[in-house]
Design a protein around this ligand. Structure first.
Ligand code: GRG
Length: 310
């Protein structure tokens, strides 16, 4: 175990809002500092738009998962927030590109205009691409702050960018775009959801374990937890798309139906989709129990993920 905090984190945070608020405060501060630094290099409107994209107020669920996973295996350094910031940087890029006219073509994100609507499409496209290497820089600074060996940083970079790439987020999004306007069966939909949303969430959990230099079994268990909860997250998102308002979501509600996307709701209906999300959350927590890992904070987040209203 590495770390400098004298009070164990696990004893301090018990509720989802507390876990999310702590993650948000720490990650937002780090991303604001990175944003300032990058804006001295990236001139004008693109630099400004990058600050806009990185500064939008997300729920920081992935960040909270990194931090809770890290603590669940004994990690105790506050510097873990920098690993969480790296994951949130990848997530921020994916949202900017997801909203572009060539993808989901949306106007609203996190309660504000999407980056291409606040600026323009070429600027938002550049911002998304610029954020990918920034995520690598944030991660490598995190490894230095955590005093991790270079080999661990190498494995963590592999984890983050494999999950972000063709075997994960990009691959899932690609399948998702190709499937617009035609009906997927359940296995097809699971592949989309596990890729576009689940892969980064699974990586967030594994990265927390890797940053604490946990043994392979614990990292695997965190990955299994992340895999189940990652799918559950997207099912909850499918449900919210039909049950919540745009004001609640901070993004346009009803977008899946407008784009004729297959979702858990279109395949199973709202009630069965909700039931499946809760089943997966319980299965996720069971993975931790089986491995003898604590379930307090991660269990709290799992419950939040499937019962949230935004
Ligand atoms: C080149 C094909 C290709 C893809 C590029 C754009 C992209 C990669 C992937 C899109 C991935 C994506 C945006 C998936 C949806 C994930 C999701 C449910 C996002 C919403 O997450 P929340 O609710 O958002 O955590 P906040 O705003 O709270 O952070």
């Amino acid at each position: 175990m590495r770390g400098t905090d004298s009070v164990p984190y696990a004893a301090r945070w018990h509720s989802a809002p507390a876990l999310l608020t702590e993650a948000r405060d720490r990650v937002d501060a780090l991303l604001a500092a990175w944003s300032e630094r990058i804006r001295t290099i990236v001139p004008g409107r693109t630099g400004e738009a990058l600050g806009y994209a990185l500064g939008t107020p997300g729920k920081r669920v992935r960040a909270a998962l990194v931090m809770a996973s890290y603590r669940s295996v004994g990690g105790a350094s506050p510097a873990i927030a920098a690993v969480a910031a790296a994951v949130e940087t990848v997530h921020a890029y994916s949202l900017v590109h997801d909203d572009l006219p060539c993808m989901d073509n949306d106007d609203l994100r996190r309660g504000r205009l999407t980056t291409h609507r606040a600026y323009d499409v070429p600027t938002a496209t550049r911002v998304g691409f610029l954020l990918v290497p920034v995520a690598g820089l944030v991660l490598s600074q995190a490894a230095r702050d955590l005093v991790l060996p270079p080999a661990t940083l190498g494995l963590m970079a592999q984890e983050l960018f494999t999950a972000s790439g063709i075997e994960g987020m990009v691959g899932g999004q690609w399948l998702d775009l190709e499937a617009e306007g035609r009906a997927l069966d359940l296995p097809g939909l699971v592949a989309v959801h596990r890729g576009k949303t689940g892969a980064l969430i699974r990586a967030a959990c594994r990265l927390g374990g890797m940053a604490a230099e946990a043994d392979g079994g614990a990292v695997e268990a965190l990955g299994s937890f992340g895999q189940e909860i990652g799918l559950a997250f997207q099912i909850a998102d499918d449900v919210l798309d039909v049950t919540a308002t745009s004001a609640q979501l901070g993004k346009t509600a009803g977008r899946d139906a407008a784009l004729e996307k297959s979702t858990y709701v279109s395949l199973l209906g709202v009630d069965q989709a909700r039931t499946e999300a809760h089943r997966l959350a319980a299965a996720a927590v069971a993975q931790l129990e089986e491995a003898g890992l604590p379930t307090d904070a991660l269990g709290t987040l799992a419950h939040y993920i499937v019962s949230r209203d935004s």
